[in-house]
Design a binder for this molecule. Structure first.
Ligand SMILES: Cc1ncc(COP(=O)(O)O)c(C=O)c1O
Length: 341
């Protein structure tokens, strides 16, 4: 199967498995897991933060960030299509009592002016704003890279008002490779950042949350409360270290494959109506086509994709998809004929 459903579908390579089998192991809950400690140190350095914490998933990294930086009843401000709001099972409200203030923005990219306009007056009737969450790249918007000047302004202005800023950087790796900005530059304006190793980077499990030392200390207690304290997790951390070292710069290939879809798509029923900044492509299907029939057509040729709402199909080139596979994908998209197909 040519699996373009997500960049999470990749399996560990033989070289990654080999790196896992020689990892030095300990017990991370008891505080002596050398490979996890090494990963956390490398990630903190790379992101330019004091400290980092390894967790099983991007969701847990984001939720530890929310829980550590907001009290029940305080306001969480985020873009309306943010993963933290849409796809984390209602966690900000359910776990931390966050009062969510959603601000819709084109391309998933908030500006300070939009955030400022959404802030309530300093009046007892309103929830007290505590945390702004950004997402880079913005998944639902099609892997869009945030304008870094906007991120800098948001960080500066929000912090001047006593708010904190968290960046959901599940795919910050892609923003780094596509923009040429370093991971540390991308993270400098925000207080905390989550990164995922099991998305485009190709590791099987895990994410890190990075930030200042006091915040990461608080987040470690929340990780334990959520059941995220792991033991010989160096086995998994070794895969993440391998992915950072050997599978980061190759993301440029995924981006080139995504751009090919836009450049070579030649079918009046299909269009890509967003700028393709990184590895995510949203294909819009016109009638008499539909997302379901396009998925069925792709499945007939053993190509996997995901429906992302009526008339929209998401394709994500990834580590396991070759240039030749992309030839097949493009030929298949171009011979789609709608519901009759
Ligand atoms: C932008 C973004 N943030 C967070 C997550 C959550 O990651 P996980 O599935 O590891 O919980 C995802 C998952 O796809 C994501 O796309």
């Amino acid at each position: 199967m040519i699996d373009l459903r997500s960049d999470t579908v990749t399996k560990p390579t033989q070289a990654m498995l080999a790196a896992m089998t020689v990892a030095e192991l300990g017990d991370d809950v008891l505080g002596d897991e050398p490979t996890v400690a090494l990963l956390e140190e490398r990630v903190a350095d790379l992101l330019g933060k004091d400290a980092a914490m390894y967790v099983p998933s991007g969701t847990m990294a984001n939720q530890c960030a929310v829980g550590a930086q907001l009290r029940s009843g305080q306001m969480l401000i985020l873009e309306a299509s943010a993963h933290i709001y849409l796809y984390e099972a209602g966690a900000p409200g359910a776990l931390w009592g966050a009062h969510t203030n959603l601000v819709p923005a084109t391309g998933g990219a908030l500006t300070w002016a939009q955030i400022e306009a959404a802030l309530p007056p300093d009046d007892v009737h309103f929830a007290e704003p505590a945390l702004v969450c950004l997402e880079n790249t913005a998944n639902k918007a099609g892997g869009r890279i945030l304008n870094q000047q906007d991120v800098v302004t948001i960080g500066r202005e929000a912090q001047a008002l006593g708010l904190r800023v968290h960046l959901d950087g599940a795919r910050l790796w892609n923003a780094h490779v596509a923009s040429g900005l370093s991971m540390a530059e991308l993270c400098a304006p925000v207080n905390t950042v989550s990164v995922c190793f099991s998305k485009a980077l190709g590791a099987p499990v895990g994410s890190c949350l990075a930030g200042d030392a006091a915040m990461i200390k608080r987040a470690r207690r929340l990780r334990k409360r959520l059941g995220g304290g792991m033991r010989q997790s160096g086995l998994l951390a070794a895969a993440c270290l391998f992915a950072m070292e050997h599978q980061l710069e190759r993301l440029a290939e995924d981006h080139a494959h995504a751009r090919r879809i836009v450049a070579e798509l030649d079918n009046s029923l299909l269009s890509v109506d967003h700028p393709v900044d990184t590895n995510i492509v949203m294909v819009d299907v016109k009638e008499p086509g539909s997302a379901e029939s396009l998925l069925a057509h792709l499945a007939d040729r053993d190509i996997g994709a995901l429906s992302l709402g009526p008339g929209r199909v998401r394709l994500i080139p990834n580590l396991e998809v070759s240039a030749q596979d992309m030839d097949t994908v493009l030929a298949t998209l171009n011979d789609y004929r709608g519901d009759a197909a």
